[in-house]
Design a protein around this ligand. Sequence first.
Ligand code: VG1
Ligand code: CO
Length: 543
Amino acid sequence: MPIRDIQTKPYLDQKAGTAGLRKKVAVFQQPHYLENYLQSIFDCVPELKDGILVIGGDGRYHNRDAIQTTAAIAAANGIARLIIGQGGLLSTPAASMLIRNRRAAGGFLLTASHNPAGPDGDFGIKFNVAGGGQASESLTSRIFEHSKTIARYRRLDGGTIDIDRRGEQHLGSTVVEIVDCVEDYAALMQQLFDFERIRDWLKRGARLRFDAMHAVTGPYARRIFVEQLGAPPDSVMNAVPLEDFGGGHPDPNLIHAKHLAELAHGDDAPDLIAASDGDGDRNMILGRGIFISPGDSLAMLAANLPLLPGYRDGLRGIARSMPTCRAADQVAKALKVPLHETPTGWKFFCNLLDAGQVTICGEESFGTSSSHTREKDGLWAVLAWANVLAATGKSMQEIADTHWTRFGRHYFARHDYEELAAPQAEAVMQAVAAELATLPGRAFADLPVTLADEFSYRDPTDGSIASGQGLRIVCGDEARVVLRLSGTGTRGATLRVYLERYVREAASLHWKTADAVAPLAGAIDRLARIAELTGRRVPDVVT
Ligand code: VG1
Ligand code: CO
């Protein structure tokens, strides 16, 4: 099969955001668009040549075509072996884990995560490096700069691969291996968790309900929960991955998975209710009568982790993204382990994990994971909770109550203003930035401000600096408000306002979250002039 050099013109918009390059499907379908981006990566990362590459996606529209293109470009660029999930499927955490297990030089994850799919929806591609983590900020910028000058790409002509047939095939001189997308991942989960105990717990009548939202986790959940742990088949809902995710929005939160909150508060609620997103890296956790916020989930799992077989030796450290509530900080303090605060985006955890400084990490955006992979991992979190419930014999509510009584409770809400005109979103950020220096010492929602700044992060392992990572207004341990602009949207700008309030008294542990953070929401509305500058009186999404 001939390798051809094809002339091309650069696109100027191939800048990856918080989690890869994410655009409308129509953008990815432009001539040479995906090809240019892939070639930019091969040109910038010569280590890929002669190496192993993992490819998989979340099953959304355009996935199968994009896999053929990716394979043809990879083969032309001298990749020795491609490992591809059967049917083109690999969850993000499973792909990251395969890169690690198979000592691959990198991987392409074809996903736009929880963004809607279908011909009018979004598509995306993430490049992960050896070790399984997302490409660093500096590598991502180099790739972007290169993509602006690219003049040719290489492609293997003529061959296609059968992505549904397991086993080895050839594409030119590249070996293509189609693998079961679940097998290695499920084997790792069995090492980390006490499957025997979870099986017993289910046998004794505990009930689980998992919603795969017609996205990538369906096959994983069926194999693990139903076949391996013996849960009844109806424990897994919407288990068949569909190209348009069934028209739904696989973003597991109280808005897009409201039916699960209703189930949790209904008469016949299961013990553990959970969901994951399009590419399987997010998780939402609920129990009978209770929703566990992601920041709480991180803290509660951290506190209970040594109960689980894979973590018997205890924790080396905990990491959370800056906007994530500080519940985990209290656990780190009690366990006397370091707490790392990183910018938003999983890539910042990877160096800490590689350096062995962190065992568990999480983000407020429904992401939790551990040192077993280099991405957030939705099913990992669900299994971890199942194992904690099985090992303690307690209900979710009992675990939460015990936790809050010991550590205090962090109420947390995120207000998103979506599809703003970029200048409006910038104006809000500037309005706050202009006031930052005057805030310390002044009252904010009746609390004294102790710190107000723009967050920047120095990576302790490689010294790299990430600046401009969000504005924060801190009132001691009591409260905090953070503002930042999203880096994953594909339309306009999204302003995110994060509200956190910390209480310790027994009488304050069971408030409604919206009530607990209302004074902070009012104060930041006034300071940032959100209504005046954007014309929006209320946020589009509250999670
Ligand atoms: C959002 C979340 C961030 C998460 C990222 C990718 O980014 O806030 O915490 O890491 O999505 O998640 P942003 O820049 O829009 O706030 V996923 O599930 O797309 O891989
Ligand atoms: Co995701």
